[in-house]
Design a binder for this molecule. Sequence first.
Ligand SMILES: [Zn+2]
Length: 68
Amino acid sequence: MESNLCPKCNQPMDEGYLSASDATFGYVSQKQRGMVRRPTNIERARACPSCGYVELYLDPKTLKPRLA
Ligand SMILES: [Zn+2]
């Protein structure tokens, strides 16, 4: 696993994912227009055990066409 340091406090980050029991977490851009604004799934997450900072990653190939 690649080693990643927290951008806030420079400590090693922990790798994981978002979990929800009966809801799906996703990202909706302000650039997305129209009636249906489909959220892009958050596929990857990292959290800093030292300061609590959280990074979230989605699939850019899924998001990009939705911004056009
Ligand atoms: Zn940190």
